[in-house]
Design a protein around this ligand. Structure first.
Ligand code: IVH
Length: 693
């Protein structure tokens, strides 16, 4: 029996690994997401029944549970060098001559490989007998940081190689190097989320990616949607308890004769290899490639800042060796950022969703790094004052990290110069409330987050969202309609809506109107910590909200607290404390709280019933209890689920997070198995919750 299960597990794992590879590496999925999810759920269910058979290469093990305390420093078996740079054709030719193109070395038929230089974070991956056992950052080149748990969350990095059967054997110890990158689309989405949370924006995908890889909690890394392109492989040996490189020349050449071959080999083993590469017979082929990609790289979803040119023959690479800093056999052509000049037609104020007011230059359209630019951020009023940009001026613009247009500075004053520098607004352009700056921040904000019309839509979307008051049936489209119809301005207005008002809106029937009103009504009973999340206090997410709600128990007590009292709470720092006190000092907050009380919202942590919230480990999860459990009654189990933020449900569907099953479980268990919903015993369920209180 156990052997059968083991075989079934192996089959599921290798099927999933191949589909994962097709999806994340080749971008050519051959099954639908639902089919993939189905296979995945089968694996989860089988592993839940046989936890002793879970292996580290299982796709369920990409994200571990435990955040680490810190990151260990580990020496690199082979030093990671950096690259020398060339900026023009003469320098490139000079590099080539020194690399043997003066006839001193036999460079072969195809002397060069040119590759797009991706702007990310260099990593070194170590595989032992095909299993990913360690990942290090570059660090100072000699010692790196251990980022294994985080790198395991990157789907395009195989946990086990070869991903599919392959003729070339994988060496016992293999080091693979490459670049971890954050796709531009993920970077932009991340910054949007950061803005919504009132958090600092990342300057470019490289910084955001580096931050993600160095998170102590791998779940945070997993959420950042990273990718990795590999470009180098070395065979290593295990000597005297450490992994070492016995002989450099042997280590590469044993795998392949040319760099091009070793890239192809990496691809065959299942790694993602930079598709923008070319084997070049002459230096002028290299130059053509460079000029083609200076333009075309802007069409890609990854940031790149140049082209790496490498000597193709690995024997020649070994003969050339390294200077103190960089290999003689490679160099990087750096693309200078494109800078253009254009005229500032106006300076507008843009109000971010969290009330940050940003000056934006409206420009005479100009073609820049692949797109036509008509607006460019002036970042903040301090920057604007420093650059002293005025309407009518001719300014220099470039794209920061090739992505976000920015004004570098004034090139020439306008023909009819504005007499004064631009003055930062003292009132919010949308609602007239005073603007203010938090200490230590450069951002200027509208002080009225609750009723400022520019922030309305997002505030309301946030209010009804899952981690906040979780009002099913009221989504962004409905909120938009309700604002347009003048029915709602503030969250309190939600609780005054009538079925009739809703039913007259587009695409809203009587039934869905009733459901939405019922969901709004039910949300009044949500416990305090969810209400705190809903209010959108800066720096207060689910975790902090729970820490605040537990000791105070009700909103009035929290609203009257001091920074000192807040800091005394374990897990609450001065930043959160300041933000909470500032929020409750706002007159608009007080008005809203009074309204919410009159409207009958629960302002205590006691939930609907007398329920103490222990954690939010099961937040947003729908869980079914079935059969007779060994120690808990059904009610006790359901109370536990609620106490950890979950929702007990009575029937099993695809949306069920998991089922807790006991003796004589019947149709619900069968259905869970059929749908591939994980089934947990009471013991496993309790184990999961153990460290979360
Ligand atoms: S080869 C011995 N190839 O550029 C150094 N590096 O300064 C060999 N990079 O952070 C590096 N794309 O990670 C090489 N196709 C590529 C690359 C590449 C990006 C990064 C590298 C390092 C920096 C070198």
């Amino acid at each position: 029996m156990c052997e059968d299960v083991a075989k079934q597990l192996e089959q599921l794992k290798s099927q999933l690994a191949i589909h994962n590879y097709r999806y994340y590496v080749l971008d050519e999925p051959s099954i639908t997401d639902a089919e993939y999810d189905d296979l995945y759920k089968q694996l989860v269910a089988l592993e839940a029944q046989h936890p002793e058979l879970i292996t580290p290469d299982s796709p369920t093990q990409r994200v571990g549970d435990t955040p680490r305390e810190g990151m260990a420093s580990v020496p690199h078996p082979i030093k990671l060098y950096s690259l020398s740079n060339v900026f023009n054709a003469e320098e490139l030719a000079e590099w080539a001559r020194r690399a043997g193109d003066d006839g001193s070395l036999d460079l072969g038929e195809c002397p060069y490989v040119a590759e797009l230089k991706l702007d990310g974070l260099a990593v070194s991956l170590l595989y032992h007998n095909g299993l990913l056992v360690r990942a290090l950052t570059r660090g100072d080149g000699t010692t790196g940081e251990d980022i294994t748990a985080n790198v395991r969350t990157i789907h395009s990095i195989p946990l086990k190689i070869p991903v599919a059967p392959c003729e070339i054997p994988v060496p016992e110890w293999l080091e693979v190097r490459g670049e971890v990158v954050m796709p531009i689309t993920s970077f932009l989405a991340l910054n949007q989320r950061q803005e919504e949370l009132g958090q600092k924006l990342f300057a470019n995908p490289r910084n955001a990616g580096a931050g993600a890889v160095r998170q102590l909690d791998p779940k945070m890394t997993a959420a950042r949607n990273l990718d990795a392109y590999l470009y180098d492989a070395h065979r290593l040996a295990f000597i005297g308890g450490t992994v070492e490189n016995p002989n450099l020349s042997e280590s590469n050449e044993a795998l392949a004769a040319t760099h091009w071959q070793s890239l192809e080999q990496l691809a065959t083993w299942g790694f993602k290899v930079n598709p923008v590469r070319k084997a070049c017979q002459t230096l002028s082929n290299v130059e053509q490639f460079i000029s083609q990609w200076d333009h075309d790289r802007h069409t890609l979803d990854v940031a790149s800042d140049g082209i790496v040119i490498k000597i193709n023959s690995l024997a020649v690479q070994d003969a050339l060796g390294f200077t103190a800093k960089s290999p003689r056999w490679a160099t990087a052509w750096k693309y200078p950022p494109e800078v253009k000049t254009t005229v500032v037609k106006a300076i507008e104020l843009s109000l971010g969703r969290t009330g940050v007011i940003t000056p934006v230059a409206i420009l005479e359209p100009v073609k820049l790094a692949g797109t036509t630019v008509q607006r460019a951020s002036l970042h903040n009023f301090e920057e604007l004052a420093k650059k002293d940009v005025r309407v009518g001026d001719t300014v220099r613009v470039q794209k920061a990290a090739e992505i976000i247009p920015e004004v570098l500075g004034v090139d020439m004053r306008g023909p009819e110069p504005q007499p004064q520098p631009y003055v930062a607004p003292i009132l919010c352009p949308a609602c007239g409330a005073h603007t203010h700056q938090y200490e230590g921040e450069v951002a200027l904000r509208c002080s009225n987050p609750l009723t400022c019309p520019a922030q309305q839509q997002l505030r309301l979307e946030h209010w009804v969202s899952r981690n906040a008051l979780d009002i099913a049936g009221v989504g962004s489209a409905l909120i938009e309609q309700l604002i347009a119809a003048g029915h709602i301005h503030t969250p309190a207005d939600l609780y005054r809506l009538t079925v009739d008002q809703l039913a007259t809106l587009e695409r809203m029937g009587e039934k869905s109107a009733q459901n939405a009103i019922a969901a709004i009504e039910a949300s009044k009973q949500q416990p305090l910590h969810r209400l705190l999340v809903a209010m959108g206090i800066r720096h207060v997410g689910s975790e902090a909200a729970l820490l605040l709600a537990k000791p105070f128990g009700n909103l009035a007590a929290l609203a009257n607290t001091t920074v000192e009292e807040l800091i005394a709470i374990d897990g609450i720092g001065p930043k959160v404390a300041d933000s909470v006190v500032a929020f409750f000092t706002l007159p608009q907050t007080q008005m809203l709280l009074d309204e919410l009380e009159i409207l009958g919202l629960n302002l205590t942590q006691q939930g609907g019933g007398a329920l103490e919230l222990l954690s939010n480990a099961l937040e947003g999860q729908s869980i079914v209890v079935t059969g007779t459990l060994p120690t808990l009654s059904r009610e006790q189990a359901e109370t536990l689920i609620r106490q950890h933020g979950g929702k007990p449900a009575s029937s099993v569907s695809k949306k069920t997070a998991f089922v807790v099953a006991g003796e004589a479980a019947g149709s619900k268990l069968t259905k869970a198995e059929a749908l591939g919903v994980p089934v947990l015993s009471e013991a496993t369920f309790l184990e999961c919750l153990k460290n979360r209180t």
